[in-house]
Design a protein around this ligand. Structure first.
Ligand code: G16
Length: 539
Protein backbone atom coordinates (compact mmCIF):
# COMPACT_ATOMS: atom_id res chain seq x y z
CA UNK A 1 0.00 0.00 0.00
CA UNK A 2 3.06 2.25 0.03
CA UNK A 3 3.67 3.79 -3.36
CA UNK A 4 6.93 5.33 -4.56
CA UNK A 5 6.20 8.12 -7.04
CA UNK A 6 8.75 9.57 -9.47
CA UNK A 7 9.03 13.37 -9.37
CA UNK A 8 11.32 16.20 -10.41
CA UNK A 9 12.45 19.28 -8.44
CA UNK A 10 10.77 22.68 -8.23
CA UNK A 11 13.41 25.38 -7.98
CA UNK A 12 11.46 27.71 -5.66
CA UNK A 13 11.15 25.71 -2.45
CA UNK A 14 13.50 27.82 -0.33
CA UNK A 15 11.95 28.80 2.99
CA UNK A 16 11.75 32.48 3.93
CA UNK A 17 11.51 34.25 7.29
CA UNK A 18 9.03 31.67 8.55
CA UNK A 19 8.58 28.52 6.48
CA UNK A 20 7.59 28.13 2.84
CA UNK A 21 5.00 30.61 1.53
CA UNK A 22 3.70 30.56 -2.01
CA UNK A 23 0.58 31.43 -3.98
CA UNK A 24 -2.04 28.70 -3.49
CA UNK A 25 -1.96 27.94 -7.20
CA UNK A 26 1.80 27.35 -7.03
CA UNK A 27 1.38 24.95 -4.10
CA UNK A 28 -1.43 23.16 -5.96
CA UNK A 29 0.93 22.11 -8.79
CA UNK A 30 1.43 18.35 -9.07
CA UNK A 31 3.81 16.99 -6.41
CA UNK A 32 4.62 20.44 -4.99
CA UNK A 33 3.65 19.62 -1.39
CA UNK A 34 4.92 16.08 -1.81
CA UNK A 35 8.38 17.24 -2.98
CA UNK A 36 8.71 19.67 -0.10
CA UNK A 37 7.58 17.23 2.57
CA UNK A 38 9.70 14.38 1.22
CA UNK A 39 12.70 16.74 1.29
CA UNK A 40 12.00 17.45 4.96
CA UNK A 41 11.63 13.76 5.75
CA UNK A 42 14.85 12.96 3.86
CA UNK A 43 16.67 15.69 5.77
CA UNK A 44 15.47 14.41 9.14
CA UNK A 45 16.63 10.89 8.26
CA UNK A 46 15.24 8.08 10.38
CA UNK A 47 11.62 8.75 11.33
CA UNK A 48 11.16 5.59 13.31
CA UNK A 49 10.09 6.43 16.88
CA UNK A 50 9.38 10.05 15.97
CA UNK A 51 6.15 11.93 16.69
CA UNK A 52 5.08 15.13 14.96
CA UNK A 53 2.24 17.61 15.32
CA UNK A 54 0.14 18.45 12.27
CA UNK A 55 -2.50 21.14 11.82
CA UNK A 56 -3.15 24.47 10.21
CA UNK A 57 -5.04 27.71 10.25
CA UNK A 58 -7.92 26.31 8.21
CA UNK A 59 -7.09 28.20 5.04
CA UNK A 60 -7.89 26.96 1.53
CA UNK A 61 -5.97 23.78 0.62
CA UNK A 62 -5.29 22.91 4.29
CA UNK A 63 -7.59 19.92 4.05
CA UNK A 64 -5.88 18.54 0.94
CA UNK A 65 -2.31 19.21 2.12
CA UNK A 66 -3.02 17.63 5.50
CA UNK A 67 -4.18 14.39 3.88
CA UNK A 68 -1.07 14.30 1.68
CA UNK A 69 1.19 14.83 4.70
CA UNK A 70 -0.56 12.16 6.78
CA UNK A 71 -0.20 9.60 4.00
CA UNK A 72 3.44 10.56 3.34
CA UNK A 73 4.31 10.46 7.04
CA UNK A 74 2.91 6.91 7.29
CA UNK A 75 4.78 5.83 4.16
CA UNK A 76 8.06 7.32 5.41
CA UNK A 77 7.96 5.53 8.75
CA UNK A 78 6.83 8.29 11.15
CA UNK A 79 5.67 6.56 14.35
CA UNK A 80 2.93 8.96 15.36
CA UNK A 81 1.11 12.10 14.23
CA UNK A 82 -0.83 14.29 16.65
CA UNK A 83 -3.41 16.23 14.65
CA UNK A 84 -5.68 19.09 15.71
CA UNK A 85 -9.37 18.21 15.41
CA UNK A 86 -10.63 18.99 11.90
CA UNK A 87 -7.06 19.91 11.02
CA UNK A 88 -6.97 23.10 13.08
CA UNK A 89 -4.14 24.28 15.26
CA UNK A 90 -2.86 27.80 15.85
CA UNK A 91 0.88 28.43 15.63
CA UNK A 92 1.23 29.22 19.36
CA UNK A 93 -0.93 26.26 20.42
CA UNK A 94 1.12 24.04 18.10
CA UNK A 95 4.33 25.24 19.73
CA UNK A 96 2.85 24.46 23.14
CA UNK A 97 1.73 20.98 22.12
CA UNK A 98 5.22 20.19 20.77
CA UNK A 99 6.98 21.47 23.90
CA UNK A 100 4.60 19.98 26.45
CA UNK A 101 4.46 16.55 24.85
CA UNK A 102 8.17 16.53 23.94
CA UNK A 103 7.40 15.86 20.27
CA UNK A 104 10.08 15.76 17.60
CA UNK A 105 8.56 18.71 15.77
CA UNK A 106 5.51 19.73 13.83
CA UNK A 107 3.97 21.19 10.71
CA UNK A 108 1.57 24.13 10.83
CA UNK A 109 -0.02 24.75 7.48
CA UNK A 110 -0.35 28.50 7.27
CA UNK A 111 0.83 31.53 5.35
CA UNK A 112 0.26 33.46 8.56
CA UNK A 113 -1.14 36.94 7.92
CA UNK A 114 -1.20 36.52 4.12
CA UNK A 115 -4.66 36.25 2.52
CA UNK A 116 -6.06 32.77 1.77
CA UNK A 117 -8.18 31.23 -0.97
CA UNK A 118 -7.34 29.95 -4.42
CA UNK A 119 -5.98 33.38 -5.34
CA UNK A 120 -4.34 33.85 -1.96
CA UNK A 121 -1.35 32.24 -0.30
CA UNK A 122 -0.57 28.90 1.28
CA UNK A 123 2.33 27.97 3.51
CA UNK A 124 4.02 25.30 5.59
CA UNK A 125 5.82 26.16 8.81
CA UNK A 126 8.15 23.47 10.12
CA UNK A 127 9.00 23.51 13.83
CA UNK A 128 11.63 21.33 15.48
CA UNK A 129 11.52 19.79 18.95
CA UNK A 130 11.77 23.21 20.61
CA UNK A 131 8.37 24.13 19.16
CA UNK A 132 10.15 26.94 17.30
CA UNK A 133 10.91 27.15 13.63
CA UNK A 134 13.98 25.36 12.41
CA UNK A 135 17.23 27.33 12.18
CA UNK A 136 18.42 28.55 8.78
CA UNK A 137 21.16 25.88 8.64
CA UNK A 138 18.46 23.19 8.60
CA UNK A 139 16.18 25.00 6.14
CA UNK A 140 19.21 25.36 3.84
CA UNK A 141 19.74 21.58 3.97
CA UNK A 142 16.06 21.02 3.16
CA UNK A 143 16.36 23.39 0.21
CA UNK A 144 19.35 21.40 -1.10
CA UNK A 145 17.23 18.29 -0.84
CA UNK A 146 14.35 19.88 -2.81
CA UNK A 147 16.84 20.50 -5.61
CA UNK A 148 17.69 16.87 -6.10
CA UNK A 149 14.48 15.10 -5.21
CA UNK A 150 13.52 12.34 -7.62
CA UNK A 151 10.83 10.37 -5.80
CA UNK A 152 8.52 10.45 -2.80
CA UNK A 153 6.69 7.86 -0.79
CA UNK A 154 2.98 7.94 -0.08
CA UNK A 155 0.47 5.56 1.48
CA UNK A 156 -2.38 4.70 -0.85
CA UNK A 157 -5.58 4.90 1.16
CA UNK A 158 -8.83 6.81 1.60
CA UNK A 159 -8.67 10.17 3.35
CA UNK A 160 -8.39 10.00 7.13
CA UNK A 161 -11.33 11.45 9.08
CA UNK A 162 -10.19 14.24 11.37
CA UNK A 163 -13.46 15.20 13.04
CA UNK A 164 -13.45 12.88 16.07
CA UNK A 165 -11.06 13.08 18.99
CA UNK A 166 -9.34 9.73 19.48
CA UNK A 167 -6.71 7.36 18.14
CA UNK A 168 -6.49 5.40 14.91
CA UNK A 169 -3.84 3.66 12.82
CA UNK A 170 -2.57 4.11 9.30
CA UNK A 171 -0.27 1.19 8.58
CA UNK A 172 2.19 1.19 11.49
CA UNK A 173 1.68 4.89 12.21
CA UNK A 174 -0.54 5.99 15.07
CA UNK A 175 -2.75 9.03 14.54
CA UNK A 176 -4.12 10.89 17.54
CA UNK A 177 -6.75 13.55 16.96
CA UNK A 178 -6.73 16.06 19.81
CA UNK A 179 -8.72 19.09 20.92
CA UNK A 180 -6.24 21.79 19.87
CA UNK A 181 -7.52 24.19 22.53
CA UNK A 182 -7.00 22.25 25.78
CA UNK A 183 -3.23 22.44 26.33
CA UNK A 184 -3.17 26.06 25.25
CA UNK A 185 -5.98 27.20 27.52
CA UNK A 186 -4.44 25.39 30.49
CA UNK A 187 -1.11 27.10 29.81
CA UNK A 188 -2.72 30.56 29.78
CA UNK A 189 -4.46 29.80 33.09
CA UNK A 190 -1.05 29.03 34.58
CA UNK A 191 0.59 32.23 33.32
CA UNK A 192 -2.04 34.84 34.14
CA UNK A 193 -4.30 35.55 37.10
CA UNK A 194 -7.61 34.49 35.58
CA UNK A 195 -9.59 35.43 38.72
CA UNK A 196 -8.40 39.05 38.39
CA UNK A 197 -9.45 39.02 34.73
CA UNK A 198 -12.85 37.54 35.58
CA UNK A 199 -13.36 40.39 38.07
CA UNK A 200 -12.44 42.89 35.38
CA UNK A 201 -15.17 41.62 33.04
CA UNK A 202 -17.64 41.32 35.92
CA UNK A 203 -17.13 45.01 36.63
CA UNK A 204 -18.54 45.80 33.17
CA UNK A 205 -15.29 46.05 31.20
CA UNK A 206 -15.92 45.66 27.48
CA UNK A 207 -13.75 44.37 24.66
CA UNK A 208 -13.85 43.32 21.03
CA UNK A 209 -11.46 40.71 19.74
CA UNK A 210 -11.27 40.35 15.96
CA UNK A 211 -10.28 36.79 15.02
CA UNK A 212 -10.44 37.80 11.33
CA UNK A 213 -12.26 34.56 10.38
CA UNK A 214 -9.06 32.71 11.18
CA UNK A 215 -7.84 30.09 13.59
CA UNK A 216 -7.92 32.03 16.89
CA UNK A 217 -11.73 32.38 16.86
CA UNK A 218 -12.41 29.20 18.85
CA UNK A 219 -9.49 29.91 21.24
CA UNK A 220 -10.71 33.45 21.86
CA UNK A 221 -14.35 32.45 22.40
CA UNK A 222 -13.32 29.79 24.90
CA UNK A 223 -10.89 32.04 26.82
CA UNK A 224 -12.49 35.49 26.72
CA UNK A 225 -16.20 34.67 26.59
CA UNK A 226 -16.63 31.21 28.13
CA UNK A 227 -13.97 31.33 30.85
CA UNK A 228 -13.33 35.00 31.63
CA UNK A 229 -16.92 36.15 31.18
CA UNK A 230 -16.58 38.76 28.43
CA UNK A 231 -20.01 39.43 26.90
CA UNK A 232 -21.15 37.03 24.18
CA UNK A 233 -20.20 38.53 20.84
CA UNK A 234 -16.99 40.08 22.23
CA UNK A 235 -15.15 37.92 19.69
CA UNK A 236 -16.01 38.92 16.15
CA UNK A 237 -15.25 37.04 12.91
CA UNK A 238 -14.87 34.03 15.20
CA UNK A 239 -15.42 31.19 12.73
CA UNK A 240 -12.35 30.06 10.78
CA UNK A 241 -13.11 30.18 7.04
CA UNK A 242 -10.95 28.85 4.16
CA UNK A 243 -10.70 32.29 2.55
CA UNK A 244 -11.00 34.21 5.85
CA UNK A 245 -14.30 35.52 4.51
CA UNK A 246 -12.35 37.62 2.02
CA UNK A 247 -10.44 39.35 4.85
CA UNK A 248 -6.69 39.88 4.76
CA UNK A 249 -5.96 38.34 8.17
CA UNK A 250 -3.21 40.76 9.11
CA UNK A 251 -3.97 42.57 12.38
CA UNK A 252 -2.93 46.10 11.53
CA UNK A 253 -4.53 49.48 10.90
CA UNK A 254 -4.92 48.76 7.20
CA UNK A 255 -6.59 45.36 7.28
CA UNK A 256 -8.45 45.16 10.62
CA UNK A 257 -10.96 47.72 9.33
CA UNK A 258 -14.05 46.41 11.10
CA UNK A 259 -12.35 46.45 14.48
CA UNK A 260 -10.89 49.85 13.83
CA UNK A 261 -14.32 51.29 13.05
CA UNK A 262 -15.66 49.80 16.29
CA UNK A 263 -12.78 51.22 18.34
CA UNK A 264 -13.02 54.64 16.71
CA UNK A 265 -16.76 55.00 17.37
CA UNK A 266 -18.00 57.20 20.24
CA UNK A 267 -19.42 54.15 22.00
CA UNK A 268 -16.24 52.11 21.56
CA UNK A 269 -15.57 49.27 23.99
CA UNK A 270 -12.76 49.70 26.52
CA UNK A 271 -10.34 47.45 24.67
CA UNK A 272 -9.80 46.07 21.19
CA UNK A 273 -7.46 43.43 19.80
CA UNK A 274 -6.98 41.37 16.67
CA UNK A 275 -4.97 38.28 15.76
CA UNK A 276 -3.70 37.07 12.40
CA UNK A 277 -4.40 33.94 10.32
CA UNK A 278 -2.50 31.51 12.53
CA UNK A 279 -2.83 33.36 15.83
CA UNK A 280 0.73 34.44 16.49
CA UNK A 281 0.38 38.16 15.69
CA UNK A 282 -1.61 40.71 17.68
CA UNK A 283 -2.74 44.31 17.47
CA UNK A 284 -3.78 46.21 20.60
CA UNK A 285 -6.23 49.13 20.52
CA UNK A 286 -7.83 51.39 23.10
CA UNK A 287 -10.75 53.75 22.52
CA UNK A 288 -9.60 55.72 19.47
CA UNK A 289 -6.06 54.67 20.29
CA UNK A 290 -3.48 52.41 18.63
CA UNK A 291 -0.54 50.85 20.43
CA UNK A 292 2.44 50.33 18.15
CA UNK A 293 3.87 46.80 18.49
CA UNK A 294 7.26 48.20 19.53
CA UNK A 295 5.62 50.17 22.35
CA UNK A 296 3.52 47.16 23.28
CA UNK A 297 6.69 45.10 23.77
CA UNK A 298 8.21 47.83 25.95
CA UNK A 299 5.05 48.24 28.03
CA UNK A 300 4.51 44.52 28.60
CA UNK A 301 8.15 44.13 29.64
CA UNK A 302 7.82 47.04 32.07
CA UNK A 303 4.84 45.35 33.74
CA UNK A 304 6.28 41.82 33.97
CA UNK A 305 6.29 41.83 37.81
CA UNK A 306 2.46 41.89 37.94
CA UNK A 307 2.09 38.61 36.02
CA UNK A 308 2.13 35.46 38.22
CA UNK A 309 4.40 33.53 35.85
CA UNK A 310 7.02 36.31 35.79
CA UNK A 311 6.72 37.82 39.26
CA UNK A 312 9.89 36.15 40.52
CA UNK A 313 11.91 37.81 37.79
CA UNK A 314 12.66 37.38 34.11
CA UNK A 315 15.94 36.60 32.42
CA UNK A 316 15.87 39.35 29.89
CA UNK A 317 14.22 40.70 26.79
CA UNK A 318 14.97 40.68 23.07
CA UNK A 319 13.69 42.44 19.98
CA UNK A 320 14.45 42.25 16.30
CA UNK A 321 16.88 44.90 15.10
CA UNK A 322 14.17 46.59 13.04
CA UNK A 323 11.89 46.98 16.07
CA UNK A 324 12.06 50.35 17.84
CA UNK A 325 14.50 50.79 20.71
CA UNK A 326 11.71 51.49 23.24
CA UNK A 327 12.20 48.19 25.06
CA UNK A 328 15.94 48.79 25.46
CA UNK A 329 15.18 51.61 27.91
CA UNK A 330 12.89 49.32 29.91
CA UNK A 331 15.55 46.62 30.02
CA UNK A 332 18.03 49.15 31.37
CA UNK A 333 15.60 50.41 34.02
CA UNK A 334 14.88 46.87 35.22
CA UNK A 335 18.50 45.82 34.87
CA UNK A 336 17.71 42.74 32.81
CA UNK A 337 19.47 41.18 29.80
CA UNK A 338 18.84 42.80 26.44
CA UNK A 339 19.40 41.36 22.95
CA UNK A 340 18.80 42.39 19.35
CA UNK A 341 18.34 39.67 16.74
CA UNK A 342 17.59 39.51 13.00
CA UNK A 343 13.95 39.51 11.89
CA UNK A 344 12.46 36.07 12.41
CA UNK A 345 11.12 34.55 15.60
CA UNK A 346 13.46 31.59 15.19
CA UNK A 347 16.35 33.82 16.30
CA UNK A 348 14.80 34.16 19.77
CA UNK A 349 14.70 30.42 20.33
CA UNK A 350 18.35 29.90 21.36
CA UNK A 351 18.13 32.90 23.70
CA UNK A 352 15.07 31.41 25.37
CA UNK A 353 16.49 27.90 25.56
CA UNK A 354 19.66 29.19 27.17
CA UNK A 355 17.75 31.26 29.76
CA UNK A 356 19.03 34.55 28.40
CA UNK A 357 15.59 36.01 27.74
CA UNK A 358 12.00 35.49 28.85
CA UNK A 359 10.10 38.10 26.83
CA UNK A 360 10.60 39.11 23.20
CA UNK A 361 8.85 40.90 20.40
CA UNK A 362 8.92 42.47 17.00
CA UNK A 363 7.54 45.43 15.12
CA UNK A 364 5.58 43.03 12.91
CA UNK A 365 2.83 42.72 15.52
CA UNK A 366 4.46 39.87 17.41
CA UNK A 367 5.04 39.55 21.15
CA UNK A 368 5.62 36.50 23.27
CA UNK A 369 7.61 34.83 25.99
CA UNK A 370 9.48 31.64 26.71
CA UNK A 371 6.24 29.80 27.59
CA UNK A 372 6.49 28.68 23.93
CA UNK A 373 8.91 29.21 21.05
CA UNK A 374 6.58 31.24 18.83
CA UNK A 375 4.95 34.60 19.21
CA UNK A 376 1.54 34.43 20.81
CA UNK A 377 -1.39 36.70 19.97
CA UNK A 378 -3.77 35.70 22.76
CA UNK A 379 -0.95 35.80 25.34
CA UNK A 380 -0.35 39.46 24.44
CA UNK A 381 -4.04 40.27 24.81
CA UNK A 382 -4.22 38.56 28.21
CA UNK A 383 -1.11 40.45 29.30
CA UNK A 384 -2.68 43.79 28.33
CA UNK A 385 -5.92 42.87 30.11
CA UNK A 386 -3.87 41.99 33.21
CA UNK A 387 -2.22 45.42 33.17
CA UNK A 388 -5.61 47.09 32.87
CA UNK A 389 -7.02 44.94 35.70
CA UNK A 390 -4.04 45.80 37.91
CA UNK A 391 -3.77 49.53 37.24
CA UNK A 392 -7.36 50.49 36.45
CA UNK A 393 -5.96 52.64 33.64
CA UNK A 394 -7.20 52.74 30.05
CA UNK A 395 -4.98 51.57 27.16
CA UNK A 396 -4.21 55.18 26.27
CA UNK A 397 -3.37 56.10 29.87
CA UNK A 398 -1.02 53.13 30.13
CA UNK A 399 0.82 54.18 26.95
CA UNK A 400 1.04 57.84 28.01
CA UNK A 401 2.29 56.88 31.43
CA UNK A 402 4.97 54.78 29.74
CA UNK A 403 6.10 57.61 27.46
CA UNK A 404 6.25 60.04 30.40
CA UNK A 405 8.55 57.64 32.17
CA UNK A 406 10.75 56.61 29.24
CA UNK A 407 10.19 59.07 26.39
CA UNK A 408 8.57 58.01 23.12
CA UNK A 409 10.04 56.30 20.08
CA UNK A 410 7.85 57.51 17.24
CA UNK A 411 7.95 54.60 14.87
CA UNK A 412 6.47 53.49 11.55
CA UNK A 413 7.25 50.90 8.91
CA UNK A 414 6.95 51.82 5.24
CA UNK A 415 6.52 48.91 2.81
CA UNK A 416 7.26 49.21 -0.90
CA UNK A 417 5.49 46.17 -2.36
CA UNK A 418 5.57 44.22 -5.60
CA UNK A 419 9.10 45.21 -6.57
CA UNK A 420 11.13 43.44 -9.18
CA UNK A 421 13.36 41.06 -7.20
CA UNK A 422 16.54 42.00 -9.07
CA UNK A 423 15.90 45.74 -8.67
CA UNK A 424 15.27 45.28 -4.94
CA UNK A 425 18.39 43.16 -4.49
CA UNK A 426 20.60 45.66 -6.28
CA UNK A 427 19.10 48.57 -4.32
CA UNK A 428 20.13 46.82 -1.11
CA UNK A 429 23.56 45.79 -2.41
CA UNK A 430 24.40 49.28 -3.67
CA UNK A 431 23.14 50.84 -0.46
CA UNK A 432 25.27 48.51 1.61
CA UNK A 433 28.33 49.44 -0.44
CA UNK A 434 27.84 53.12 0.10
CA UNK A 435 27.09 52.96 3.84
CA UNK A 436 30.66 53.79 4.94
CA UNK A 437 30.62 56.95 2.86
CA UNK A 438 27.48 58.22 4.59
CA UNK A 439 28.88 58.55 8.10
CA UNK A 440 29.21 62.21 9.06
CA UNK A 441 26.73 63.41 6.41
CA UNK A 442 24.15 66.01 7.44
CA UNK A 443 20.54 66.06 6.21
CA UNK A 444 19.13 69.22 7.78
CA UNK A 445 19.23 68.61 11.54
CA UNK A 446 20.00 64.94 11.03
CA UNK A 447 23.63 63.86 11.22
CA UNK A 448 24.61 60.27 10.49
CA UNK A 449 26.82 58.79 13.19
CA UNK A 450 26.79 55.13 12.15
CA UNK A 451 25.78 53.21 9.02
CA UNK A 452 26.23 49.44 8.90
CA UNK A 453 24.66 46.14 8.01
CA UNK A 454 23.07 44.44 11.00
CA UNK A 455 25.11 41.33 11.77
CA UNK A 456 23.99 38.96 14.51
CA UNK A 457 26.36 36.51 16.10
CA UNK A 458 24.29 33.95 17.96
CA UNK A 459 25.83 33.49 21.44
CA UNK A 460 24.61 29.90 21.60
CA UNK A 461 25.25 28.21 18.26
CA UNK A 462 27.78 30.86 17.09
CA UNK A 463 26.08 31.19 13.70
CA UNK A 464 26.34 34.59 12.08
CA UNK A 465 23.44 36.22 10.22
CA UNK A 466 23.36 39.45 8.26
CA UNK A 467 19.92 41.01 8.02
CA UNK A 468 19.11 44.58 7.06
CA UNK A 469 21.02 47.85 6.99
CA UNK A 470 20.90 50.34 9.86
CA UNK A 471 21.61 54.07 9.80
CA UNK A 472 21.88 55.85 13.15
CA UNK A 473 21.63 59.62 13.64
CA UNK A 474 23.09 61.84 16.31
CA UNK A 475 19.63 62.72 17.67
CA UNK A 476 18.78 59.06 18.38
CA UNK A 477 16.76 58.55 15.18
CA UNK A 478 17.25 55.42 13.08
CA UNK A 479 16.50 54.13 9.61
CA UNK A 480 16.49 50.39 9.00
CA UNK A 481 16.19 48.92 5.50
CA UNK A 482 15.51 45.28 4.75
CA UNK A 483 13.75 43.03 2.26
CA UNK A 484 10.79 41.04 3.51
CA UNK A 485 11.16 37.27 3.70
CA UNK A 486 7.48 36.37 3.91
CA UNK A 487 6.07 37.42 0.55
CA UNK A 488 4.87 34.90 -1.99
CA UNK A 489 5.97 36.77 -5.13
CA UNK A 490 8.22 39.72 -6.09
CA UNK A 491 10.06 41.67 -3.39
CA UNK A 492 8.97 44.02 -0.63
CA UNK A 493 11.35 46.67 0.65
CA UNK A 494 10.67 47.56 4.27
CA UNK A 495 11.89 50.89 5.62
CA UNK A 496 11.60 51.22 9.38
CA UNK A 497 11.84 54.72 10.85
CA UNK A 498 12.30 55.73 14.46
CA UNK A 499 12.48 59.15 16.04
CA UNK A 500 12.99 59.34 19.80
CA UNK A 501 11.46 62.23 21.74
CA UNK A 502 11.55 62.86 25.48
CA UNK A 503 9.05 65.72 25.71
CA UNK A 504 6.55 65.87 22.82
CA UNK A 505 4.59 62.76 23.61
CA UNK A 506 1.25 63.14 21.84
CA UNK A 507 2.21 64.03 18.28
CA UNK A 508 1.21 62.27 15.08
CA UNK A 509 3.89 59.67 14.18
CA UNK A 510 3.49 60.44 10.45
CA UNK A 511 4.40 64.06 11.08
CA UNK A 512 7.19 63.23 13.47
CA UNK A 513 8.76 60.95 10.84
CA UNK A 514 8.16 63.11 7.76
CA UNK A 515 11.72 64.44 7.49
CA UNK A 516 13.29 61.09 8.21
CA UNK A 517 11.16 59.49 5.50
CA UNK A 518 12.44 61.98 2.97
CA UNK A 519 16.02 61.23 4.03
CA UNK A 520 15.42 57.48 3.84
CA UNK A 521 13.94 57.77 0.33
CA UNK A 522 16.86 59.91 -0.82
CA UNK A 523 19.66 57.79 0.64
CA UNK A 524 18.35 54.56 -0.91
CA UNK A 525 17.21 56.27 -4.17
CA UNK A 526 13.88 54.54 -3.71
CA UNK A 527 11.87 56.48 -6.29
CA UNK A 528 14.55 56.33 -8.96
CA UNK A 529 15.10 52.61 -8.51
CA UNK A 530 11.56 51.37 -7.92
CA UNK A 531 9.40 54.02 -9.53
CA UNK A 532 7.54 54.40 -6.23
CA UNK A 533 6.85 57.91 -4.92
CA UNK A 534 5.19 56.55 -1.78
CA UNK A 535 5.06 53.44 0.32
CA UNK A 536 2.21 51.04 -0.47
CA UNK A 537 1.56 50.16 3.16
CA UNK A 538 2.43 52.08 6.30
CA UNK A 539 2.06 50.30 9.64
C1 G16 B 1 7.15 36.03 10.39
C2 G16 B 1 8.23 35.83 11.40
C3 G16 B 1 8.46 37.09 12.17
C4 G16 B 1 8.76 38.25 11.22
C5 G16 B 1 7.66 38.37 10.21
C6 G16 B 1 7.92 39.42 9.15
O1 G16 B 1 5.94 36.24 11.04
O2 G16 B 1 7.90 34.78 12.28
O3 G16 B 1 9.52 36.88 13.05
O4 G16 B 1 8.89 39.45 11.92
O5 G16 B 1 7.47 37.14 9.56
O6 G16 B 1 8.96 39.03 8.33
P1 G16 B 1 9.35 39.79 7.01
O7 G16 B 1 9.61 41.22 7.43
O8 G16 B 1 10.56 39.08 6.53
O9 G16 B 1 8.18 39.75 6.06
P2 G16 B 1 4.59 35.49 10.59
O10 G16 B 1 3.54 35.98 11.52
O11 G16 B 1 4.38 35.91 9.17
O12 G16 B 1 4.89 34.04 10.71
Amino acid sequence: MIKTVKTSPYNDQKMGTAGLRRKSKVVMQPNYVENFMQSIFNTIGSLNGKTFLLGGDGRFYNDIAIQKIIKMAAANGVSKLIIGQNGYVSTPAGSRIILKNKLNGGFVLSASHNPGGINGDFGIKYANETGGQIPSAVSDRIYQETQKISEYKIFETDDIKLDKIGRQKLGDMEIEIIDPLNDYVEMMENIFDFSALKKLFKSGFTMKFDAMNAVTGPYAVRIFEDILGAAKGSVINAKPLPDFGGLHPDPNLLYAKELLAIMNADNAPDFGAANDGDGDRNMILGKKFFVSPSDSLAILTDYYPIIPAYKNGIFGVAKSAATSTAVSRVAKAHDIGYYEVPTGWKYFVNLMDSNRITICGEESFGTGSSHIREKDGIWAVLFWLSIIAETGMSVEEIALDHWKKYGRSYYLRYDFDGLDTKAADSLMADLENKLPTLVGNHYGEYKITQARPFVYNDPVDHSSTKNGLIINFENGSRIVYRLSGTGSSGATLRVYLENYNRTDLKEDPHEMLEDLLEIAMEIAEITARTGKQHADVIT
